[in-house]
Design a binder for this molecule. Sequence first.
Ligand SMILES: *[C@@H]1O[C@H](CO)[C@@H](O)[C@H](O)[C@H]1NC(C)=O
Ligand SMILES: *[C@@H]1O[C@H](CO)[C@@H](O)[C@H](O)[C@H]1NC(C)=O
Ligand SMILES: *[C@@H]1O[C@H](CO)[C@@H](O)[C@H](O)[C@H]1NC(C)=O
Length: 498
Amino acid sequence: MWTLHFLLGTLLFPLHSFCSQVCPEKCVCEQTAVVQCFRVQAVPSGIPRDTRKLNLGYNHIKEMKNRDLSSLPGLEELILSTCGVEQLEGNTFRTQKVLKTLDLQKNKLRTIPRGLPSSLENLHLGHNRIHSLQESALQGLKKLRVLNLQNNLITMLRSSTLSALTLLESLSLEGNRIETVQGALRLPMLNLFSLADNKIPSLPAAFFSSLQLLKTLDLSSNLLSKVPHDLPPALLHLSLDRNHVRMLRSRDLAQLRSLTTLTACNNRLASVDGGLRLPNLTVLELAGNQLRVLPGRLSSRLEKLDCGQNQIQEVTYQQLSGMRQLRHLFLENNTIRHLENHALRNCLHIINLALEQNLLPTFPRGLPESLVRLDLKGNRISTIEEQDLKSLKRLQVLNLRKNRLSSLPALSLLPKLKTLFLEGNPWNCSCELLRVKRSLLARDVDISPEFCSETVHMSVDIWQAYVLTQEQCEESVEPTPESQTEHTDNEDYYDYDL
Ligand SMILES: *[C@@H]1O[C@H](CO)[C@@H](O)[C@H](O)[C@H]1NC(C)=O
Ligand SMILES: *[C@@H]1O[C@H](CO)[C@@H](O)[C@H](O)[C@H]1NC(C)=O
Ligand SMILES: *[C@@H]1O[C@H](CO)[C@@H](O)[C@H](O)[C@H]1NC(C)=O
């Protein structure tokens, strides 16, 4: 297809400067000064001089020589990713005065190449074997905005090595082996910074203090035992997941007036200061810690609170009363025995409540009408009263698996119900329960076909027993008007996520 295009282009406009040049074998030259070459082992000669973008990715180019790019002064973007590059000669880029983007990801470089052009704005060196950051290699890169060094073998970060990069906006050092961090980073334009997945036990006192514009900081998967000091006040997103942090204290975080997302899952948190004084927090994720109490008095803007997999025993109205914007509350896999009646009565926007794998003896009472999804799997609930369900006018998904239920009230009280999980309960398949089942089926509620379809008399086969029970029930139970609820909703299962 392209070849035809190209041929037509050359035939029809033979004088066009770019097309009039010959394109090297194994390369594709587009009219927009973009060249891509396939199955080459070196930079091919004869690439048009006015090429602006050269894509040599996925070739086998072990080494870049000084002369390789000398006839391409207009190069703005060079892609050399996944080429097995081991080395670049010192003067490889001496002709490139306008190169902005250099992609050397997924090669075998052991050091940051020297002599990179000072025009560079984006430098991608991820997935190489670089083991140290040399100041000299970075010194000239005054225009650099993006530096990606993820998945290398760097063991130490000395802040001064990066000090020349005064315009740097994004720095990724994720997935290295950094154990030691020294000095204070002076990168006034830095917006995005990842040190995730290293081995950092602590950070120097003033490390972040000059990062006035930093918005996103990822420190997940390290060995931090404390929240670092002097976190930059402009932060919007902070991740501390998978560290060894024991406490979240207001005094370490109070300057983060803009913070909207804080995640500290899988740490060793035993306590969280009341409120945390983070007025703009909308997402707080603390799953997989050792919390015994739900953090209280959190921001009134909070929309998502995840405290799953902790050791929380009780949930009270007081803890939740200020969270008037809460939409998602995850409390699964705790040891909650007591959920205060009407504990969520101020959470009038809640749509998703996860309480599975707890020790609740009864169905929660007084849940808000906004609820769309309620998970109670793996508790000790033995009865459900009609009044427990009355408020749940929007509930679509209810999980009651693995409880101690033998009967159900009329579920017509849940007019929007779409999916009901019932397995793993000691059901007494009485006529009343069969009637509930029939009305659910008539409403097209998704339930397991096995629910109350086993034999009542062991001696007859399942179908006979079923028919027999049905007949017995017909006699003793007045027929219910089928499905009192209309099928008005065509909302999707996942509507509640919107
Ligand atoms: C908090 O968020 C609101 C709206 O998202 C924003 O207008 C305000 O500036 C934020 N406050 C701070 C201190 O960042
Ligand atoms: C519940 O949490 C414990 C400890 O936090 C963990 O070991 C277990 O795998 C979790 N169970 C589930 C079902 O998530
Ligand atoms: C099952 O329900 C029926 C009717 O409600 C009742 O008579 C019977 O005792 C129940 N059986 C058990 C084992 O609870």
